[in-house]
Design a protein around this ligand. Structure first.
Ligand SMILES: Nc1nc2c(c(=O)[nH]1)N[C@H]1C(S)=C(S)[C@@H](COP(=O)(O)OP(=O)(O)OC[C@H]3O[C@@H](n4cnc5c(N)ncnc54)[C@H](O)[C@@H]3O)O[C@H]1N2
Ligand code: MOO
Length: 411
């Protein structure tokens, strides 16, 4: 048995190693392939957006002062100077007591500082607009630089692009986007009792689940999983596959063989690698205690527990921020995932001295969101498929009480 296995560290200690691993190289991608990618430079506006004063209502472009005091009983009357043509610079100007018809998105004519929506008006005759509600300067229009000002930083380096950021890039005419490459992550299954999914497992064997769950999680974290063939419980074989994976990938994930069983060669094989340094062997968490993190040539090599739920929980709670960091994401939160607040359905016991990640199902009853614990062994997939997320019970807490508010990290 290995002594280190029992010297478990906290997740915070694991995260303290994150800066050892540098972000990957960069590339340019077309705008329409950039969703979910992480920008590698600050993006600044090369121009004002929208670039001209623009109506956001159908109505009349006016000087706001011309409408002051207008009411149903005391409307004001404006002279209609003409209509703004969409997509054109207006060839008319608006002075005091004047108006120009304008549609949503039209360019305000010179002299106008606001738009009176059509519903506040009535045409008296072909050239006279009756206005029965005043507008303030700037009403129902956007100013030329109201969305983004020229030279402002509009997207910070390290931002993962969502649809709305793609919109900003589109508005600025940026068709080729500077991003970090996707971190390439090797996913290596190990274990003599594990067979590829295409095979029918002989008695005593099971199909390889972890490769597929981990590959999905790597993809969700913005990485590019590379799936390796199963490796038997053999130190040389493990060392060889890790050597290949380190040459080809930015990070390596092994599943299985991280514990202290007689056939757990992962740690020994890692130590065989030139320049390897085992940073962590054992985390004070459940599931997931027998997790290994080693550094080899500034790359992270992980030994994840073989248990199917454990491998996924460790990835979600511990590994994911590392993948995001290596993928260039800024200010990676080590409190992973999106959280929702819910009330705990029943008491949940926990052992002092380690963080418990308890799978929960969210159920809404009479407008209250409840977190129902899903108990089950970490070798079972069903807790993960049934649950919507996990709650975290701190190491210094001996359980939570029914009715308490908990933060649920969503899957
Ligand atoms: N004496 C002790 N034994 C164990 C301890 C302990 O503290 N003392 N910890 C247990 C915990 S907790 C876990 S988790 C496991 C971790 O074991 P390993 O990481 O060494 O993983 P294996 O022994 O190789 O496998 C565990 C389990 O997972 C199955 N497995 C492995 N790979 C896959 C795969 N790709 N797809 C599906 N299932 C997989 C494997 O068949 C085993 O059933 O150790 C406990 N033991
Ligand atoms: O730590 Mo093991 O991962 O609990 O099942």
């Amino acid at each position: 048995m290995k002594e280190e296995f029992f010297s478990v560290v906290t997740p915070e200690t694991v995260f303290s190693h994150i800066e050892r691993f540098s972000p990957v190289a960069t590339e340019q991608v077309p705008l329409d392939r950039a969703l979910g990618r992480v920008v590698c430079e600050n993006i600044c506006a090369g121009e004002n957006i929208p670039g001209f004063d623009r109506a956001v209502m159908d109505g009349f472009a006016v000087r706001a002062a011309s409408t002051f005091g207008a009411s149903e009983l005391n409307p004001v009357y404006l002279v209609l100077k003409g209509a703004v043509v969409m997509g054109r610079v207006p060839d008319l100007a608006v002075g005091p007591e004047e108006a120009a018809a304008i549609a949503t998105g039209g360019m305000l004519p010179r002299g106008a500082d606001s738009v009176v929506p059509r519903e506040f008006t009535q045409m008296v005759d072909e050239t006279t607009v009756e206005v029965h509600k005043p507008v303030a300067p700037g009403a129902h229009m956007v100013a030329a630089d109201e969305d983004f000002k020229k030279a402002d930083r509009v997207i910070a380096r390290g931002t993962r692009l969502r649809s709305q950021e793609l919109g900003v890039l589109a508005a600025l005419g940026i068709v080729s986007v500077p991003v970090y490459k996707k971190p390439v992550v090797a996913v290596i299954p190990t274990g003599d009792e594990v067979v590829a999914v295409e095979e029918t497992p002989p008695p005593g064997c099971i199909r390889d689940v972890n490769t597929h769950t981990l590959a999905g999680l790597v993809t969700q974290a913005g990485g590019l999983p590379v799936l390796y063939d199963l490796v038997s419980d053999d130190r040389d074989a493990l060392r060889n596959v890790m050597t290949t994976a380190l040459a080809d990938c930015d990070m390596v994930l092994l599943s299985g063989g991280s514990s202290v069983g007689a056939r757990d060669f992962t740690i020994a094989a890692m130590e065989d690698l030139a320049g390897a340094r085992v940073l962590v062997h054992g985390i004070g968490m459940r599931p997931g205690k027998p997790t290994i993190l080693a550094e080899v040539e500034q790359k992270a090599v992980w030994g994840l527990p073989g248990q199917v739920a454990s491998a996924m929980v460790v990835f979600m709670m511990i590994v994911r921020p590392f993948v995001e960091h290596v993928g260039g994401a800024a200010a990676v939160s080590t409190r992973p995932g999106r959280r929702v607040a819910a009330r705990l359905w029943r008491n949940v016991p926990s052992v002092y001295g380690r963080i418990d990640y308890v799978r929960v199902k969210l159920v809404e009853k009479e407008d209250v969101l409840w977190a129902q614990p899903v108990f089950g062994k970490s070798g079972l997939l069903n807790t993960m498929t049934w649950a919507d997320g996990v709650i975290e019970i701190d190491a210094d807490t001996e359980g939570l009480n029914a009715g308490e508010t908990v933060g649920v990290v969503l899957f």
